[in-house]
Design a protein around this ligand. Sequence first.
Ligand SMILES: Cc1ncc(COP(=O)(O)O)c(C=O)c1O
Length: 385
Amino acid sequence: MPARVAASALAVPYSRVRELAEIAMGMEGVLKLYFGESNLPTPSFIKRAAEKALADGFTYYTENAGLPSLRQALARYHGELHGVELDPASEIVITASGVQALSLVLRCLVDPGDEAIALTPAWPNGAAILRLAHAAVKEIPQPRRGDDDAIDFEALESAVTPRTRLLLYASPSNPLGWVATEQDQDRLLDFTRRHRLWLIADEVYERLYYGEGRVAPSILRKCSREDAVVVVQSFSKAWCMTGWRLGWMVGRRDLMAKAAQLNEFMVSCAAGFVQKAGEIALAEGEAELREMVARLRENRDFCLNALRSMPGVTVSIPRGAFYVFPRIEGVDDSFAFCKRLLLETKVGLAPGSAFGAGGEGSVRICYASDRSILEAAMARLNRFL
Ligand SMILES: Cc1ncc(COP(=O)(O)O)c(C=O)c1O
């Protein structure tokens, strides 16, 4: 028998978004709306901060939990945005991206054979990380109610078993653009408290928010520091820093201590000069962020109007993030649909089936690109339909 790859690794499916992107990468002139990334470069003041940090010698390992100065800056940031008081020394851990925060925290929370509940359609990484840790994932689709998506609390109750350890959701959601209301948050907290589960809130899109104020409501405003709640965060989306790999998480101190310790064995720490650049992003990024959100809101409205006029298309209103997730009547294989759309019109969308239960029949469009690209893509999609 030749040496083999672990069954748990083989069981993780290939990303269907990536599969489609690989076809597109072999073509010329594709309008690429399949990835979750803004086309804007990282603002120059953040790049300059990284250059300065390199010159200043931030080229060594940092603490496993991240530089104390960045943790202090994040505590102040959460205080200003949400009015919550966090202890930077014990309740915040810096990570090398949002996905690494998720990976680290889930590794701390599940043992082989445990179960997790995830609201879907969702960015598939959470479920994949759980499966890699030999945990089972129960996907609970979010039903559409009018212009919005909702939470099926009855289905959540029925999904709980003695092996259930946690509930994972994202607000604002990728791919739905759904944002948990205060009432949703109260009910999610009540649910996880009653069943003694961890509540993992992925809030990486909190600054890309189209409601009142400059941030989506965080679960941190609702829970106490003793609650079994973790918020996963990232610099990728709000400051156009996807390639820098910098994130953080906030959570109960015993869990954060364990996460910081385990970080040693995953990446040890996020790059020091990147962490310094993150401090500057927090301190000086508000003006560019406001401009970006205004531009995204216009793009969202443009796409919504265009989609609503297309035959057989229904769509909920995204309240945050930079995705719209229209359902297309008659589509029961969204991968085949997206592939044909790509080959015939050179419009690259992400198939809804990539996002788990409740995603089939829809496609995800990322509207964080130039208006001219969106206009051409919507016109071609309309003709194709
Ligand atoms: C819901 C959600 N969470 C987390 C992430 C992770 O972002 P990053 O790993 O770049 O910080 C993404 C990226 O697309 C996402 O969509």
